[in-house]
Ligand binder design. Structure first.
Ligand code: GLN
Length: 590
């Protein structure tokens, strides 16, 4: 496209290369995509207005700024003298009148302090030091008599308090700041990212005033093209006569486009076309974005599908078989807004007759809005009154989910909520509550004859086996087996105490495979032949094992083949059981 003209009312701008063309996009997590002249510098011009507006709001507050400058789209050209007829208030901060007022209102005791504040603020948005194009500045200062007229009008109405000419020079300077379209995309991404520059991590402004800046950009950022822009592109944006455009998709990414030929309204011709195409091709119009609240809720399954890895005793197992489906897992997804949470709560209410526990798995949650957190807390307390407990698992604090969820409700007695590191621990906690009614005898000593591995042995054979066993006492925290270890062929029968079977993960953490209690056996796979240990075993509490050497058992089997048959049969049954529950798990998750 070759349509449009360079801005000529600022003489120096006619020296730009009209062919320059760059497009850049920066995501809120700092991924930079660019095409064309992304490194070419040009003057920011009116795009500065959005960032100086933000700076003014931060420095002086929205009430004060609101009395000085309006937020109504004027539908007029950028250089129009759109002042309220009685009060002299400029219609909005995106046209020159409003922007010159804002430049005079940012924090600072002198105009040079104010200049330092403006430049520093823009640099924080861009994430690098910025310079002024002195010749463009001088060129505009020498010819900008219309803006001079506007500044005196603002002085006349008491909008500008100090020397209007000094503030105007700051305005001309701020317009002459040199940027690239990469800078613009980063500045936009900073607005999209709640005020934090995604590359430097530096906060350029607090969240507080963001919605105001973005909504004024949406309604006024493109001057007398604002209405068409909103219908055809539908993204808050700001243009400048230097040929740049910034566009902000809140929470997603920022766009910077540069191409100097302008249409009659002073907007980059190619810039507008790029934004139209991006919006159309990628469905970016904020008013056509469909978000489906059902997306907040993923899979639902029960504690029967996915029991904790603590192996229950037979009595516990019977109880859990009858009741574990009263533990319901709900996997939540994405950013949780109020309508998504409303959907989740509605589902929970449908399940409440068959549930005692809800485990909300937050692994896939990117964030939660304050209002959604409030609604969820309210629901949690409501369920608690009905005897149903809501617990959370896998909250990543980096997504700032904990803080909104932890905000207590003022009206009700709330002792907060339980949050577990993983689903396994959450499930065990719920199972423990279910098992409170099942009597247990923690001091009990198990009998070898009742163990899954040695059951069914004729008494004389059992005695022979017991005779070759050794007593193995262990302390809480003691490591009993080491994953990967070869040559250790011992089999352990837990007489007293509890151990956990853990596999090391890449990041140095451990994943629990099982927790085993009294009467259970570990290390028995070595009966199938020598192989490295597949997991580590640590004692959860002090206790004792009976230890058997597999070689010793094989020696007895040489004389008494029945021993081998029974051991292998028991082992096969146990493995079949494990395979069955793994299959069940996988089916529930599929
Ligand atoms: N410095 C220019 C002016 O005040 C900015 C105008 C613009 O970019 N639209 O006229």
């Amino acid at each position: 496209m070759k349509d449009g003209e360079l801005a000529s009312y600022i003489p120096e701008l006619t020296k730009m290369n009209p062919e320059g063309f760059g497009i850049c996009l920066v995501t809120v997590d700092g991924q930079v995509y660019g095409a064309g002249d992304t490194g070419q510098a040009f003057t920011i011009q009116s795009i500065s207005k959005a960032f100086v507006y933000a700076t003014g709001l931060v420095d002086r507050g929205k009430e004060f700024i609101g009395r000085k400058v309006g937020v109504e789209p004027s539908g007029d050209a950028f250089n129009s003298i759109s002042l309220h007829p009685q009060t002299g208030t400029p219609m909005n901060p995106m046209i020159n009148a409003g922007a010159i007022a804002l430049t005079s209102l940012v924090g600072g005791r002198t105009v040079s302090e104010q200049w330092a504040r403006i430049l520093g603020s823009m640099e924080a948005f861009a994430g690098r030091a910025l310079a002024v194009d002195e010749s463009v500045y001088r060129s505009e200062s020498e010819t900008g008599h219309r803006n001079r007229g506007i500044a005196w009008m603002l002085k006349n109405f008491g909008i500008i308090e100090g020397d209007p000419m000094a503030s105007l020079e700051n305005y001309f300077r701020q317009c002459a700041i040199l940027v690239t379209c990469r800078d613009l995309a980063l500045m936009a991404a900073t607005l999209a990212n709640g005020g934090v520059n995604p590359l430097t991590g530096q906060r350029a402004m607090p969240c507080e005033h963001l919605d105001r800046v973005l909504s004024v950009m949406a309604s006024c950022g493109m001057y007398d093209y604002a209405g068409s822009w909103l219908t055809e592109v539908g993204i808050p944006a700001k243009s400048g006569v230097g040929g740049g455009i910034v566009a902000v998709l809140p929470g997603r990414f920022g766009i910077g486009v540069f191409s100097p030929r302008l249409d009659a309204k002073g907007n980059s011709v190619r810039g507008i076309e790029v934004c139209k195409r991006l919006s159309k091709d990628f469905g970016l119009n904020l008013f056509s974005s469909l978000s489906d609240p059902c997306m907040a809720l993923g899979r639902i399954f029960t504690g029967a599908d996915a029991p904790s890895r603590r192996k229950p005793t037979p009595a516990q197992s019977a109880h859990l078989q009858a009741h574990a489906q009263r533990i319901k897992y709900l996997c939540l997804h994405g950013f949780l807004a109020v309508d998504g949470i409303e959907f989740v709560i509605r589902k929970m209410q449908q399940l409440v007759g068959t549930a005692d526990f809800f485990i909300l798995d937050m692994h896939r949650v990117d964030g939660i809005s304050d209002s959604a957190a409030r609604l969820l807390n309210q629901a949690r307390l409501g369920f608690a009154e009905d005897g149903v407990t809501v617990v959370f698992s896998r909250i990543h604090n980096r997504m700032k989910i904990m803080a909104p969820l932890s905000r207590r409700l003022p009206l009700k007695e709330d002792r907060g909520f339980l949050s577990f590191e993983d689903n396994d621990l959450a499930a065990e906690w719920c199972e423990n509550r279910l098992l409170e009614s099942v009597p247990s005898d923690p001091g009990a000593m198990a009998k070898l004859a009742d163990s899954p591995l040695f059951s069914g042995l004729p008494y004389p054979l059992l005695q022979e086996v017991e005779a070759v066993s050794q007593l193995y006492p262990f302390e809480a925290g003691q490591q009993i087996l080491q994953s990967g270890q070869l040559g250790d062929r011992r089999i352990f029968f837990i007489q007293k105490g509890q151990v956990s079977v853990l596999v090391p993960l890449k990041d140095g953490a451990h994943q629990r495979i099982a927790t085993l209690g009294v009467g259970m056996v570990f290390g028995e796979m070595t009966l199938l032949g020598p192989a490295p240990r597949s997991a580590s075993v640590f004692a959860d509490q002090q206790g004792t094992c009976l230890v058997f050497d597999a070689d010793e058992l094989e020696r007895i089997s040489g004389r008494e083949p029945l021993l081998r048959i029974i051991l292998l049969e028991n082992l096969a049954k146990d493995l079949a059981q494990k395979l069955r529950s793994a299959t069940h798990w996988i089916t529930a998750l599929a």
